[in-house]
Write a protein that binds this ligand. Structure first.
Ligand code: GLC
Length: 711
């Protein structure tokens, strides 16, 4: 429909009808009041009231949504179609590795491919919008939602955000097999204090702008269709009514003119936060801040019309919000085809299809991180092996947001080993409490594989933990097994980096498998037996202990820095008495089975002006016996500036493949834009001076060169 048609439609709509468009409810709302829970239960609608809303949350299924659309359009005076939105976070019926694992692939192109496959499945099931990508930089693994993020680094999260928006939306999300994408949670949800979900954040404006906003901006620049407001506060103002965030930054500065939706019940929570007297006040503040859709509360539906009629809220604000939603529906093609791609035949054809199952496996090959290997890996099928731990045969390793995947179809590590390596002599002890049986199996084995960590029920929304070490029974199990066999390969499952210093120190090898999705354990098995060369890198620092959190490679000198490499406690220096400052394993770190050799870094020149650029080069060689993939990382340090600057920041990435003996030259262009920050006067600028560029295989690299910015 032409824009003029939308404008004509808007003019015909009553105020009541316009406000109804701004309401989003669960599909089960239509199942009758008895199904209602949470904020929806406060809708005081009489039984059988014909519900007139603009969008539906959380429903799926081509046939079901076809019927639901017909019902909604029949109730609607102008028969405006609804938008069907839900959380397609890392796959739809085929669960891909969770986002923190996808971040550990250091391969945004892979993320784009996974998003494209997810959109193909979900759009066939009648879904129009996904609440993804989640881009919140996560530096605190007490926060269960770090599972949903691609990691701690704002620049890397931005690369993944843009890739996923492209994967979901393509060039035109109205096309078949595509869906509109909603970036979340705006903003800085990953900075919740103490790693406790839904908590406040206490960060400076400069930290917000530099360490948290870039990935949302990257999604907006990539053309994301929607933005979801976060539950937390910024500057002690709930994001959902934060005009500085939503109007000044998102809409005015960034030019975002798409739909803003609140998170689940968030307008109602503005009252509970204590920054609104009542729902009416909260509704007024939310619409003024720029929130278009009220997710599952009755704040807009019960109070906004009164606020407009009494003049507290201008009707133009409602019109703007409705027009943005009508444009989204129009871009989806819903006025011409209200069912878009919903098709039972295509659902059958694409959902959990062989191609996507294989993609789930291939993805995990790049998401698994080898953190330690004394040479025990790869294993041989000629060895006698004991596989120990409940997580080795737990089907709940597909992630709490794998809402539409059938967890019974999950391939566990045991399934994968039995199917791929039937010739291997493996004994399984799949209980964490059966330490004596485990010890017996371990004693008789050449090598032990022990699966530890968390299944999906311990990570994700609201699942904050105050202690991120292993569960006590797992520590006991490890100790008992290690007491009889030192050849232990530890595999960590879970959605967050856990604190496992003692087990890591005693393991002969350590793999981070995250939550690998429907078929990812095939990849883990192939890595264990050397068919696949691991290439993952940690997208989030792995701490020694909970006390180090929040923790990131993005650190600052302080006025009393601890000398690099110093292990012991040094009085009157910035360090702990009982723990190191550095992580157990750092951001960007991961091993392969081959030696990857980096040449020294060289530059095409060592001085540049702001309208100039410098090119940095490095040669990378595969000195091993099998092909490898390597995430070549570029870090930049601004040594002196008008405000303190991080000791290094990731500013470039190349994921390369190298055949045996192959060497490639990798280059990065360095521009002044990459050197900008918010200076002492909050101007976004690059200051003259010396910079250090480092290029290597982790955030620890000291492979460096220097250059000067001289304007
Ligand atoms: C949840 C989450 C958000 C999700 C929304 C809709 O509470 O915070 O990530 O998209 O509700 O399910």
């Amino acid at each position: 429909m032409e824009k003029s048609g939308l404008e004509a439609l808007l003019k015909e709509m009553s105020l009541t009808e316009k406000i109804e468009q701004l309401i989003q409810l669960h599909g089960n709302f239509f199942g009758g009041a008895e199904l209602l829970t949470g904020p929806e239960a406060e809708f005081n609608l009489a039984e059988g009231t014909p519900l007139r809303i603009g969008s539906v949350l959380g429903e799926r299924g081509a046939e079901k949504l076809h019927k639901l659309q017909d019902e909604i359009m029949a109730n609607q005076p102008h028969h405006i179609p609804a938008v069907f939105m839900t959380d397609v976070i890392h796959g739809y019926e085929t669960a891909f590795p969770v986002p923190i694992a996808i971040g550990s692939s250091f391969n945004p192109k892979l993320a784009e491919r996974l998003a494209e496959a997810a959109a193909k499945e979900a759009s066939a099931a009648g879904i129009h919008v996904t609440f993804s990508p989640m881009v919140d930089a996560a530096k605190d693994s007490r926060w269960g939602r770090c599972m949903e993020s691609t990691g701690e680094d704002p620049w890397l999260n931005g690369q993944f955000a843009a890739a996923m928006v492209r994967g979901f939306q393509g060039e035109d999300y109205g096309e078949k097999g595509r869906m509109a994408s909603c970036v979340k949670h705006f903003a800085a949800y990953g900075a919740v204090q103490s790693g406790r979900d839904y908590n406040v954040t206490e960060i400076s404006e400069r930290t917000l702008l530099e360490d948290y906003l870039p990935p949302y901006k990257a999604a907006v620049d990539a053309g994301v269709s929607m933005v979801m407001t976060a539950f937390n506060t910024i500057n002690r103002i709930p994001c959902t009514i934060n005009e500085h965030l939503l109007r000044d930054i998102l809409r005015k500065e960034w030019g975002f003119d798409g739909v803003v939706i609140t998170d689940y019940g968030a307008i109602n929570e503005v009252v509970i936060h204590g920054s609104s007297e009542n729902k009416k006040d909260a509704a007024e503040k939310a619409i003024k801040a720029g929130c278009d859709i009220d997710m599952v509360t009755d704040c807009y539906s019960s109070y906004l019309e009164q606020s407009v009629r009494e003049g507290t809220v201008s009707e133009s604000l409602v019109d703007e919000a409705v027009m943005r939603l009508l444009e989204l529906k129009n871009n989806l093609g819903l006025f011409e085809n209200p069912y878009k791609d919903g098709s039972p035949e295509d659902e059958e054809k694409y959902c959990f299809c062989e191609e996507h199952r294989e993609l789930s496996r291939k993805a995990q090959e790049e998401c698994t991180v080898l953190l330690k290997n004394n040479g025990i890996l790869p294993l041989s099928v000629k060895q006698k092996i004991a596989v120990i731990g409940a997580l080795a045969d737990d089907k709940e390793i597909i992630g709490t947001w794998a809402l539409f995947a059938d967890k019974l179809k999950t391939v566990t590590l045991k399934d994968a080993l039995e199917r791929l390596y039937p010739e291997a002599e493996i004994e399984y002890v799949l209980s964490d409490s059966d330490t004596e049986k485990a010890a017996l199996a371990a004693e008789n084995a050449d090598a032990v594989i022990i699966a530890l960590g968390e299944n999906q029920n311990y990570t994700g929304e609201s699942r904050s933990r105050a202690d991120i070490s292993l569960f006590p029974e797992q520590k006991i199990l490890f100790d008992r097994v290690y007491s009889v066999n030192k050849n232990v390969v530890t595999i960590l499952f879970g959605g967050r980096p856990l604190a496992v210093p003692n087990e890591a120190e005693r393991s002969a090898a350590l793999l981070e498998a995250w939550l690998p999705g429907s078929c990812g354990c095939y990849a883990v098995a192939d890595i264990l037996f050397g068919k696949v060369n691991p290439s993952g890198k940690l997208s989030m620092s792995m701490p020694y202990c909970t006390g180090q959190l929040p923790l990131s490679y993005i650190t600052f000198s302080t006025g009393r820095p601890k000398p690099d490499g110093a292990a012991e406690f040094i009085p009157f220096i910035s360090n702990y008495m009982d723990a190191p400052n550095v992580p157990l394993y750092p951001f960007g770190y991961g091993l392969s089975y081959c030696e990857t050799e980096y040449s020294a870094v060289w530059l095409d020149k060592d001085k540049m002006t702001s309208d100039d650029k410098i090119t940095a080069f490095v040669r990378v060689k595969n000195k091993g016996y099998m092909p490898l993939k390597e995430a070549v990382q570029l870090y930049i340090t601004d040594e002196k500036a008008s405000v303190v600057r991080p000791t290094r920041q990731l500013k470039g990435l190349r994921k390369i493949s190298l055949e045996v003996g192959e060497e490639k030259t990798v280059s990065f262009e360095i521009t002044a834009e990459m050197l900008k920050f918010y200076d002492i006067n909050m101007n976004y600028t690059a200051e003259n001076g010396k910079f250090i560029v480092r290029i290597g295989g982790s955030s620890l690299t000291e492979n460096k060169a220097e250059f000067w910015l001289e304007n």
